[in-house]
Design a binder for this molecule. Structure first.
Ligand code: G6P
Length: 610
């Protein structure tokens, strides 16, 4: 939800800010803008425009911005439609202060009324504009830093902001409350950004701001304080992501590149975490005794991570003998639940910045539960607030639709379940050996799927005109069906629904006719025969079946010609393979329909507001 970037240094700010915006565009892309301070004019200049960062780029080609101090923003609209006026940066009345914001100001209405009474003139319909007017009000009799501090103390909601002022052009100020903000440290230059990829070309030394903190960046130093002005000392951490990882590397879309990265990522996870029969999680931080006290597990997550959590329930209950519930974070956070000191809450999140997931762990923590997060982004808010972390180490995921983070989350859930089951004495060395051997074979099998694309592409072409899809799966592949349907609807805008195949008779069967495409996950498993019965029922009602089946299964050919085969695998691990043809199918259908795969309409990668 909105990406912000700021720069202070000696280089031309425009290029750095534009590069950063391109990397942050996954956070929102309905309008964008930039402001820089021009030394020779002693004034701030602004360019903003509706549409994607490309539009801003064209505008800047015609009307460049000069200077070595600036801020920029790519927007995902909440208050006010995505037009030029509502695009950030926003200005105060005298056009001396500019500000960009990520988050939502919940009390903006009362603040706006108050400021209007004091003769402030508003230009936009955004909630953001109140912040810059508040800073203006306080800047009259205090420094920019102090004015920002006084302003943010009046705000309710969530925010990460970056501010510059003509009156103090030697500094860039940032502040955060419940929206991410990162400081990047360079040589006689410093940066502010919503996320790491924006900074990778320039620095790998970063400091994550925490809640209620303000940072003042100058060219050669930074100062962090809390909202009361108390100085905070914090060491930077070094990011191990490479710039290359955040580029498309010849792939048409980030999504495709990320789909193709999956075998390598799984290999990396296994190399890092498994030594012989032992499993290592270096940042786990939760003691073995605490894991032994656990009586139940709650998994909280959103979107794709929630689907990984659903697979996690099957795995954890099968191996660890612990009742495991999975809930979308936005539901979990407002419900009364039976959580106590003997509950382990596992929060799964690619970004570690999803507002509802963070709020959920706060709820759970207050009830005494231990919090373990499974997360991809080093040092993100979720990881800092959790008792323990297992990083997925999947590298930066840029495409809005999550792919590689999902299979990496699954891999971690398998390994964590082996670890926990072994700690609780519920799994033998032989069983662990069996599963680890099988897991080690998965990257090769994933590669086989990825190198055998023709069938998927043909099926995608033949079905791209269908008006709706139903995805059916059973048992551990029921969540795979949900994830397959989510992928398709996210990027192709075709209504798609995932269902447990056994529930078909309780409703979805009414939808089946010759216009309905039905993706049936029918891989070798103990529920294979049951799936075949479902497929028979769909066929007799003329539904168009696309089957995901196991290589060598000839029986399935009786029911459909549209079959995507995956290599033979134990049912228990099969979600790690099934995900790939479903991702590819969604991808190729979306490409065929001419959709913007990496930046689907209305979506944002990181949902940092409720
Ligand atoms: C958004 C993204 C999804 C993602 C979900 C959860 O909806 O578009 O791809 O699965 O947020 O994000 P998280 O970072 O918590 O995994």
């Amino acid at each position: 939800m909105c990406g912000i970037i700021g720069y202070i240094g000696q280089k031309p700010a425009q290029k750095i800010l534009l590069d950063g915006l391109r990397r942050l565009e996954y956070r929102g892309y309905d309008s964008s803008g930039m402001a820089t301070y021009l030394e020779h004019k002693k004034a701030i200049s602004i360019r903003k425009i509706s549409g994607k960062v490309k539009s801003l780029e064209s505008l800047l080609e015609k009307k460049p911005l000069f200077g070595s101090l600036g801020i920029a923003h790519t927007r995902w609209a909440t208050h006010g439609e995505p037009n030029r006026i509502n695009a950030h940066p926003h200005l105060d009345c005298k056009e001396e202060i500019v500000l960009v914001h990520n988050g939502i100001i919940e009390n903006y209405k009362e603040l706006k009324d108050e400021l209007i009474k004091e003769a402030h003139q508003f230009r936009s319909q955004t909630d953001t504009e109140v912040i810059v007017h508040l800073i203006e009000k306080f800047h009259k009799d205090s420094s920019l830093e102090e004015a920002t501090r006084r302003a943010v103390k009046r705000l309710k909601g969530s925010f990460a902001i970056a501010v510059i002022s003509e009156k103090e052009p030697d500094k860039l100020i940032g502040a955060r409350f419940q929206s991410p903000l990162i400081v990047g440290l360079g040589e006689r230059e410093n940066f502010l950004a919503s996320d790491i990829p924006a900074l990778l070309d320039y620095t790998k030394e970063v400091i994550f701001l925490e809640e209620n903190e303000i940072v003042v960046l100058k060219k050669d130093k930074i100062k962090i304080t809390d909202f009361e002005g108390k100085i905070i000392e914090r060491q930077p951490i070094r990011i191990n992501w490479t710039t290359e990882e955040a580029k498309k590397l010849g792939f048409k879309h980030f999504m495709l590149k990320e789909i193709y990265e999956q075998p390598k990522i799984l290999e990396g996870i296994l190399n890092r975490r498994v030594k012989e029969l032992d499993i290592f999680f270096e940042e786990l931080r939760i003691k073995e005794q605490d894991f032994l006290k656990i009586k139940s597990i709650y998994i909280v997550a959103c979107g794709t991570a929630y689907h990984a959590g659903l697979v996690g329930k099957y795995i954890l209950e099968a191996l660890c003998n612990l009742p495991t519930s999975v809930e979308v974070s936005s539901e979990f956070r407002y419900r009364r639940h039976l959580i106590d000191k003997e509950t382990l809450v596992v929060a799964i999140s690619q970004s570690g910045e999803t507002a509802d997931t963070i709020a959920s762990i706060r709820e759970a923590k207050a009830k005494g539960a231990k919090i373990l997060s499974v997360c991809n982004v080093l040092g993100s808010s979720l990881t800092r607030e959790s008792d323990g972390v297992i990083y997925t180490h999947a590298g930066p995921e840029i495409s809005v639709a999550s792919t590689k983070a999902y299979t990496a989350q699954l891999a971690i859930l398998y390994l964590f379940s082996f670890y926990l089951a072994s700690l609780r004495g519920l799994i033998s060395k032989e069983e662990i050996k069996f599963y680890l051997e099988a897991l080690k074979g998965v990257p090769e099998k994933q590669n086989q799927i990825l190198s055998n694309l023709n069938t998927v592409i043909k099926i995608a072409k033949r079905h791209s005109h269908f008006g709706s899809f139903l995805y059916l799966g059973r048992n551990i592949n029921y969540p795979s069906a949900l994830e397959g349907a989510l992928k398709l609807k996210e990027i192709s805008y075709i209504p798609a629904e995932g269902y447990p195949a056994g529930e078909m008779k309780h409703g979805p069967i009414a939808l089946i006719d010759e216009y309905r495409a039905v993706v049936c996950i029918c891989v070798e498993s103990k529920v294979y025969e049951k799936m075949i019965s479902n497929i028979q029922e769909i066929k007799s009602r003329q539904g168009k079946i696309i089957a995901i089946a196991t290589q060598g299964d000839e029986r399935i050919e009786e029911f459909t010609k549209e079959i995507i085969y995956i290599p033979k695998i134990d049912e228990f691990l099969s979600p790690l393979l099934v995900a790939l043809p479903l991702q590819l199918l969604a991808y190729h259908i979306a490409v065929k329909r001419g959709c913007d795969v990496d930046q689907p309409r209305n979506l944002a990668k990181s949902v940092t507001v409720e």
